[in-house]
Design a protein. Structure first.
Length: 662
């Protein structure tokens, strides 16, 4: 052992690593500040579950790759102590950590675990090399770096074994000199490999070995689909993301945590249908950008006066040049990428910030979005249909209005689609008949109802959203509303998760949840709905993935005698219909159609006799209906809302017009 060489390795290797790490991370100081330390308990739980527990690594589609990663990760954790011991031995041969003495029970147990993880990591690294060089799955980025890093891991494990187990070669007839050579060679090569490996990390995607766990700790916390409210009145207000400095430091950290595993792409509706958007590629582009403009960002972080700050910002290109507009506009905000990412990297907020910039500052955005904004602004709905027609769907149903001041339990928030879209009006009526059948007291806002502004917000018009939200909250609070029933998951998300920023705190429930509850309470005892054929449930992203409502619609279906056939992608892992994020109103000009992709999957699940695609969202219903028409499957497959299926089992069926008064 050699204290001088060991000290040189520790000091030079450690210093070089710290300098490289600081150089990579320093540009983040120029990025926007956000609080990512409050709610520490939730953060710790995330760290345990997703970080140390690797909860998203072992996904059902690629269990083997997941377990290989778990093996390597476990080895890194366990061998951290071994690394300290090995460097300590360089200074003093008999060094050991006080609690890991070889003859102590803990030390013996550690030795067994250590040997197991070394073998597991060796298998893991060789398995990944096989995958990278032979099977080559699509989602993995091909890079020499990946192969080199795996080579390092193999080298580290082999040298650890050589040092630790060389003595056993005695039995194979190796001379004592040969054993010593292998042992010492293994030892020094191991230390050198550690130092070189450590210094390779900050220069590539394997920096995630350092940044991954903190990234999980600093994650965005639920509610996940809540967008940040911009303070548009503040001095120097931010209206979107003009340059990378408008992203948060966490969004910068994210790109260093990306492992380029590609899980985010596997069911991204835009990526799979040929649009220019991949969460992974956005991260790669931003990482290159932070590297290229690192010095300007560091200068900006150091600037002490406005002139210096402006000069530094002037050196930065617009963020739109790094993440092109077609990429930002392609996203349906379905959330697949974020919920698949093993290190919880955020994607949707930064794309929405780009849209905000395009809409609120640059005024360059799709014409269809302009029509949506105008419709909401002038008539309170994205279609721009006269607001005086909002209650036409229920003129014959004598539904009480909240403004009448009567007692009611639920405020039924009908939503723009439920009030204006001819197909969805039938769903609204089905919900009314269900509520009446179960004896639920409810009222509607009627003429006072207006759009939540969800579509405007997700299309980048934060200003319009805030106007809508403030006015709607004023109306709801003015009527003392506490419990809101919705039929649209986008209304659910806005009312439940986003109105609190405007003083609106409500208990919000989707109609499928209420139906399931009414069935459980036996307030609804529907008959079997006959003649439907097979039924599959398409989970709306803003219901299942973003807001966790998965079982209630299925319970409702079972209540009318339907055992839903599951599509391969369902529940929280459902596949988007293509309408979220305001995409409902935008033309889909790039690639193939997302709704067709989903409908094909549903039709295949239903089989040759067809049946029903059930859902619980007005936009999904439209997308399924249009997709069926596109696929020429309208004759054999119907798209229906879960409320309509429930209403079929009720004595009176969907709400009919009142009988003419005598
Ligand atoms: S964003 Fe997450 S899921 Fe996508 S490649 Fe990076 S680490 Fe993998
Ligand atoms: S939110 Fe959905 S559409 Fe947008 S990038 Fe992620 S997976 Fe793709």
């Amino acid at each position: 052992m050699n204290p001088l060489v060991t000290a040189a390795l520790v000091l030079l290797g450690g210093a070089a690593f710290l300098v490289s790490t600081a150089v990579r991370l320093a540009p983040l100081l120029a990025l926007r500040r956000v609080d990512r330390v409050s709610r520490g308990g939730e953060r710790l739980r995330s760290l345990l579950r997703y970080g140390l527990g690797q909860a998203r690594l072992v996904d059902p589609e690629e269990r083997v790759a997941g377990w290989l990663h778990v093996a390597i990760f476990a080895a890194f954790l366990v061998l951290a102590l071994r690394t300290v011991t090995l460097f300590g031995m360089g200074f003093s041969e008999g060094f050991h950590l006080p609690f890991l003495a070889e003859d102590a029970p803990l030390g013996r147990a550690y030795a067994v675990v250590k040997d197991a993880v070394v073998v597991a990591a060796l298998v893991g690294a060789l398995g990944f090399l096989w995958r990278r060089l032979v099977t080559k799955p699509d989602r993995v980025t091909r890079s020499t770096e990946g192969t080199v890093i795996l080579g390092f891991i193999v080298g580290l494990m082999v040298t650890e074994l050589a040092f630790d187990r060389a003595g056993e070669l005695d039995a194979l007839g190796l001379t004592p000199g040969g054993v010593d050579l292998i042992r010492l060679g293994g030892y020094w090569l191991h230390l050198v490999l550690i130092v070189v490996f450590l210094n390779v990390l900050p220069h590539g995607k394997h920096f995630h070995i350092v940044t991954g766990l903190p990234n999980v700790y600093f994650r965005r916390l639920p509610p996940m689909a809540r967008l940040e409210k911009l303070d548009l009145e503040a001095e120097g207000a931010r209206f979107g993301a003009a340059t990378v400095t408008d992203l948060s430091w966490k969004e910068g950290w994210d790109v260093y945590a990306c492992t380029e595993c590609g899980r985010c792409q596997t069911h991204c509706p835009t990526y799979l249908t040929g649009k220019p958007l991949s969460h992974k590629e956005v991260n790669r582009a931003l990482r290159r950008h932070l590297g290229e403009f690192g010095p300007a960002l560091v200068a900006l972080a150091r600037a002490t006066n406005d002139a210096a700050r402006q000069a530094a910002v002037a050196r930065l290109p617009p963020l739109g040049a790094v993440i092109p507009p077609d990429t930002a506009w392609a996203c349906t905000t379905c959330g697949w990428c974020e919920t698949a990412c093993p290190v919880l990297i955020e994607n949707v907020p930064r794309l929405i910030d780009l849209r905000r910039q395009a809409v609120q500052v640059d005024a360059v955005f799709p014409d269809e979005a302009a029509r949506v904004f105008k419709g909401i602004e002038t008539q309170g709905n994205p279609w721009g249909i006269g607001s005086n027609k909002r209650t036409e769907w229920c003129e014959d149903l004598a539904i009480p209005r909240a403004a009448e001041g009567g007692e009611y339990e639920w405020l039924f928030f009908v939503g723009c689609a439920g009030a204006f879209d001819d197909r969805q009006k039938k769903v609204s009526r089905a919900i009314v008949s269900i509520l009446r059948e179960a004896g639920v007291s409810f009222a509607i806002l009627g003429e006072e109802e207006t759009c939540t502004g969800d579509a405007a917000r997700r299309l980048g018009n934060e200003y319009l959203f805030q106007l809508q939200a403030a006015s709607l909250v004023e109306t709801l609070n003015g009527h003392g509303v506490k419990k809101i029933l919705v039929q649209c998951p986008h209304c659910l998300n806005a009312l439940q998760n986003e109105m609190a920023d405007f003083g609106g705190k409500y208990e919000v429930m989707h109609h499928a949840e209420l139906i399931a509850r009414l069935v459980a309470e036996r307030r609804l005892t529907p008959a079997r709905a006959e003649g439907l054929g097979r039924v599959t449930f398409h989970d709306p992203c803003y219901l299942a993935r973003w807001n966790g409502v998965v079982e209630p619609p299925r319970q409702a279906l079972r209540a009318v005698g339907v055992a839903p056939v599951e599509m391969p992608r369902s529940g929280r892992q459902g596949f988007c219909c293509g309408a979220g994020g305001g995409r409902m109103w935008l033309e889909e000009t790039l690639g193939t159609r997302i709704n067709r992709h989903r409908v094909d999957e549903a039709v295949a699940a239903l089989g040759p006799d067809g049946g029903v695609i059930a859902t619980g969202c007005p936009f999904c219903l439209t997308m399924m209906k249009d997709g069926l028409a596109d696929a020429g499957a309208e004759e054999s497959v119907r798209a229906m809302d879960v409320a309509e299926l429930m209403a079929l089992g009720l004595p009176k069926g969907p709400a009919k017009p009142d009988a003419p008064k005598a």
